[in-house]
Design a protein around this ligand. Structure first.
Ligand SMILES: C[S@@+](CC[C@H](N)C(=O)[O-])C[C@H]1O[C@@H](n2cnc3c(N)ncnc32)[C@H](O)[C@@H]1O
Length: 399
């Protein structure tokens, strides 16, 4: 006969073999027999988190810690589920409680560091991440997170060695190698690639999503969407809700809010599912697409009256492919509107902030080659970064 314990043990075995779906089924059967089985709730939460069912995972981990208070493993998993759900202060507390009981848990030290960094406290993340690398010297992700925390707390020099270590340890993990190389490039220690790795952008904005709006509109004084809308109006484009508008890199939809008055139909594209979730909640977009913008643009040729990219092209280095793709997706007489972070270097430079800067004159040359003409160019301050204004430009182009 199958007892709840048997089912949980079999589930854990399947789980270890990577058969997560089967494991989930076994945990659920165990919970039918014993709805108060803490291990079943705990392991179910881990399985749910693995397939991105964030809210359900959190409900299961909450149940597990309620049934087995003070259990370090359950606190660790609960902390991870809270972090996934963007509840960072609660995640940090759960992880700290876990580590007080189980100070040798390298994964939770890493998760704690990542949660602190995600909460905008990179300097506080350095200690936990250093501990993680000491306890698990082969954990590439902890080295990479440590390098980012050092860089974000203004210590670029100290970021170099952990970034190099992450690259050495990446082995067959191509995504990890690409991310470590990208960071090393931003630190001036490797060749600059043509674009930011998609996995890096996705992870960055998934992590940032819960505090994106408050941070950008609050302390970073982010005005790019409003400035782009002003530039469109000044160029004589009517805000009368009659145009088909594509918001590239729509994020949480701050740009959608500014573009909506122009749109009969507004669609958004973004790499980050978490940013898209927030955008969806605004009920502004007729459709949202979780895709790389370069893959999305060719899907609908000559379809858009406005293609906008607010604070997005700074994640691409070589702008020739995106300009050509935007040109092909534009309806005759349509307008392309985007912001750039500006610099002198040609063709582009990657800053320590891990974003690309472009020289507007060079970009205009690329635009011309793609069959686009300048409609308007405005120098602007895009936002603040570490108390300093970020210099940029708004470009409006037409075919
Ligand atoms: C700084 S946010 C700006 C979001 C929004 N446009 C706004 O103004 O608030 C940049 C967004 O671009 C997205 N992004 C960057 N590169 C992308 C790419 N290649 N394809 C799709 N989305 C991308 C990121 O995921 C992120 O949500």
């Amino acid at each position: 006969m199958n007892t709840a314990n048997d089912l949980v043990a079999r589930g854990a075995q399947r789980h270890k073999q990577g058969k997560v779906q089967e494991a989930e089924g076994l945990y659920r059967r165990a919970l039918k027999l014993n709805p108060n089985h803490p291990d079943a709730h705990n392991l179910l939460s881990v399985a749910l988190r693995a397939r991105g069912a964030v809210a359900e995972a959190l409900a299961a981990s909450t149940r597990a810690v309620a049934l087995a208070p003070g259990h370090p493993l359950m606190l660790a998993n609960h902390g991870a589920a809270l972090a996934e759900a963007g509840q960072l202060p609660e995640a940090i507390t759960a992880m700290q409680q876990c580590l007080a009981l189980a100070p040798g848990d390298a994964t939770t030290w890493r998760n704690l560091g990542q949660a602190l960094a995600a909460a905008g406290r990179p300097a506080d993340a350095v200690g936990p991440l250093t501990t993680a690398t000491q306890l698990a010297p082969a954990m590439a992700e902890a080295w990479l997170a440590l390098a980012h925390a050092q860089r974000e707390s203004g210590n670029a020099f100290a970021a170099r060695a952990p970034a190099a270590r992450a690259l050495e340890l990446s082995g067959r993990d191509k995504g990890m190698a690409e991310q470590a190389r990208f960071l090393l490039a931003a630190l001036g220690e490797a060749e600059t690639p043509d674009r930011a790795p998609a996995a890096y952008v996705r992870q960055l904005f998934d992590t940032f999503a819960p505090r994106f709006d408050a941070e950008l509109e609050g302390k970073l004084d982010y005005r790019t969407p409003a400035l782009l809308a002003e530039a469109l109006l000044a160029a004589g484009i009517p805000a009368e809700g009659v145009l088909d508008v594509l918001d590239l890199g729509c994020g949480t939809g701050l740009s959608g809010v500014a573009l909506a008055p122009f749109a009969r139909r507004l669609e958004g594209v973004d790499l980050s599912p978490r940013m898209l979730e927030a955008a969806r909640a605004r009920n502004l977009y007729a459709a949202l697409h979780e895709m790389d913008l370069l893959a999305f643009l060719p899907r609908k040729p000559a379809a858009w009256d406005i293609i906008a990219a607010a604070d997005v092209l700074n994640y691409l280095g070589d702008l020739a492919p995106v300009l050509a793709a935007m040109r092909a997706a534009l309806r005759p007489g349509g307008t392309i509107a985007f912001s750039l972070e500006t610099g002198e270097a040609v063709p582009f430079a990657l800053g320590e902030g891990m974003r690309y800067r472009h020289n507007p004159a060079h970009v205009l040359g690329l635009a011309e080659a793609a069959g686009l003409n300048l409609l308007a160019q405005t120098p602007v301050t895009l936002r603040q970064e570490r108390g300093q204004p970020v210099a940029g430009a708004l470009l409006l182009l037409r075919c």
